[in-house]
Design a protein around this ligand. Structure first.
Ligand code: ATP
Ligand code: MG
Ligand code: ZN
Length: 426
C-alpha cells in the first residue's frame, strides 16, 4: 500500500476537519462508523480528503473488556476554541471513562491543553455544579467564565477533577505512606484490641507516633533528631533513646502476631502484605502499593524523602483504594472522577511503567476518566484514545494533528504515529 506524503497530509487534514466538528452527538455518530476505518489508508492513498460531511475515519475509542463503560454510549467532553499560549483555536473531544493520552513533541501544547485549559475549566464547572445554588444559576442561564477557550461541554457527568502530580505528599516527616493512604488508623486499632493493650489500658491513640504518650519522648516520635548547627545546615541523627523505633518501651511491649507497632512502621510493604493478609482493610491498599512497584518502601518512610514518582504512585494508590470503597458502599454510585496526569512515567523504570499502565486501566475500569500527558510510547500504545498535538513545538504546534486510537494514529503518520508504529508492531 503506497504511503506518499500527499496521502499523509490528506489524512492529517481529515483529522483536523473531524476534530473541529462542534456537535458532540454528530461526532460520536461518526466515530461509531468503525467500518470506515478499514478504508482510511486506501482512501488516503488515493489522495482523497474527507469533506466535513463525510464519515469520520476514526474507529470508536477502545474500551478494555472489564470496563463498565464498554457497550455503553460514549460521552464526550469537548473543549472548544482553545487559544491559550500556542494553541491555535483547538477543539478537542475527549471520550469519558476511557484512558486518553495527550501526545506530541515538546512544546506542542500538551500541558497547556490538558492542564491549563481542560483541568482548570472542568474544575470550575464541577465546582459550580457541586452546590444547589450553582446548579440553579446554570439552569437559569448563567454562563461560566471560561479561561483560555470558548467553552467546554459534556462535563455534567463528572463529579470530581483531580490532578495526580509528582509534588510531595507531605512536607512534615510526620506523614508517611501508611498515614497518607489512611490504613494506619486501622493498624493502631488492631494493636489497641490486643489483650496486652487492654490490660494496660491503651487505646488506639497510644499507638500514634505523632501525638500522645506512646511515642518516644526523645525524638517526639520522629525516630531521628535534628540538631541545629550555627552557620551550618541542620544535622539529622538517629534518636539515641528509641534507636529509630519512634515509640517508647511500654508501647513497644504490646505486640500483634509477634511484632510491635514500631516494627510494623519499619516493615516493608512486601512483607506487610503477607503479615496483614487476614485483615483485608489493611492488606488491600498494601497490595495496591505492591502492584505499582512500591513493595520496597517501608510503611513509615517519611513523606518528604519520597521521590516524585513514588509520591505520585502513592496518590494513585490512595485513589484506587477509594474505588473499592465506593463500590463497597451499597447504593452509592462511585463519584466519576476525571484524573489528569502530566508525564507520570518520568523517572520510572520500564517495569514500573508497565505497573503504572495497569493502575490507569484500573481507574478506568472503576468507572473513571483518565487523561494522561505522555511521551512514553508504551503508555500511548495502551491508551483507548490519543489526542496528538503538533505538528511541531511552539508556534509551529498548537493544533490537533490526530484524534484517534493508537492504531489509527500510526495510519495518520504524525510524528507520534511514526514513533508508535514500531511499538504497536511488537
Ligand atoms: N505561561 C506561558 N506563557 C507563554 N507561553 C507559554 C506559557 N506556558 C507555555 N507556553 C508556551 O506554549 C507552548 C506549549 O507549551 P506546553 O507547556 O503546553 O508544551 P508541552 O507540549 O507540554 O511540552 P513538554 O512536552 O515539553 O512539556 C510552548 O511553546 C511554551 O513555550
Ligand atoms: Mg508539558
Ligand atoms: Zn526516639
Amino acid at each position: 500500500m503506497p504511503k506518499g506524503k500527499a496521502a499523509k497530509a490528506a489524512a492529517i487534514a481529515a483529522a483536523r476537519v473531524s476534530t473541529s466538528v462542534a456537535a458532540n452527538a454528530e461526532f460520536v455518530e461518526r466515530a461509531r462508523v468503525a467500518a470506515e476505518y478499514e478504508n482510511v489508508s486506501n482512501r488516503s492513498a488515493a489522495n482523497t480528503s474527507f469533506a466535513a460531511g463525510e464519515a469520520s475515519p476514526y474507529p470508536t475509542p477502545r474500551a478494555s473488556p472489564a470496563s463498565p463503560a464498554n457497550q455503553q454510549p460514549i460521552d464526550w467532553l469537548t473543549v472548544q476554541g482553545a487559544n491559550l499560549h500556542n494553541l491555535q483555536n483547538v477543539t478537542a473531544n475527549i471520550p469519558l471513562k476511557r484512558l486518553v493520552a495527550v501526545t506530541g513533541v515538546s512544546g506542542s501544547g500538551k500541558s497547556t491543553l490538558a492542564r491549563d485549559v481542560l483541568l482548570t475549566n472542568v474544575q470550575v464547572a464541577v465546582q459550580k455544579r457541586s452546590t444547589k445554588a450553582g446548579r440553579d444559576a446554570l439552569d437559569a442561564g448563567e454562563k461560566i467564565q471560561w479561561t483560555g477557550c470558548e467553552g467546554v461541554t459534556g462535563f455534567e457527568s463528572i463529579d470530581r477533577v483531580l490532578e495526580v502530580d509528582q509534588t510531595p505528599i507531605g512536607k512534615t516527616p510526620r506523614s508517611c505512606p501508611a498515614t497518607y493512604i489512611g490504613f494506619w488508623d486501622t493498624i493502631r486499632k488492631l494493636f489497641a484490641d490486643t489483650l496486652e493493650a487492654k490490660a494496660r489500658g491503651y487505646a488506639a491513640n497510644r499507638f500514634s507516633f505523632n501525638t500522645g504518650e506512646g511515642r518516644c519522648p526523645g525524638c517526639e516520635g520522629q525516630g531521628i533528631r535534628t540538631i541545629g548547627m550555627s552557620f551550618l545546615p541542620d544535622v539529622k541523627v538517629l534518636c539515641e533513646t528509641c534507636k529509630g523505633a519512634r515509640f517508647n518501651p511500654e508501647t513497644q511491649a504490646v505486640s500483634w502476631r509477634g511484632k510491635n507497632i514500631g516494627d510494623v512502621l519499619q516493615m516493608e510493604v512486601d512483607e506487610a502484605v503477607d503479615f496483614f493478609a487476614a485483615m483485608p482493610v489493611i492488606a488491600h491498599p498494601l497490595q495496591l502499593l505492591k502492584d505499582v512497584g512500591l513493595g520496597y518502601l517501608t510503611l513509615g518512610q517519611p513523606s518528604p524523602t519520597l521521590s516524585g514518582g513514588e509520591a505520585q504512585r502513592i496518590k494513585l494508590v490512595t485513589e484506587l483504594s477509594k474505588v473499592r470503597d465506593d463500590i463497597g458502599k451499597r447504593g452509592n454510585k462511585a463519584p466519576h472522577t476525571l484524573y489528569v496526569l502530566d508525564e507520570p512515567t518520568v523517572g520510572l523504570h520500564m517495569a514500573d511503567v508497565e505497573k503504572l499502565i495497569r493502575v490507569l486501566h484500573r481507574l478506568v475500569n472503576g468507572g473513571h476518566s483518565v487523561v494522561v500527558i505522555e511521551h512514553d510510547l508504551d503508555v500511548i500504545a495502551e491508551a483507548d484514545w490519543v489526542i496528538d498535538l503538533g505538528p511541531d513545538g511552539g508556534n509551529a504546534g498548537g493544533q490537533v494533528v490526530a484524534a484517534a486510537t493508537p492504531e489509527a494514529v500510526v495510519q495518520l503518520g504524525t510524528h507520534t504515529g511514526v514513533a508508535l508504529a514500531a511499538v504497536l508492531a511488537r
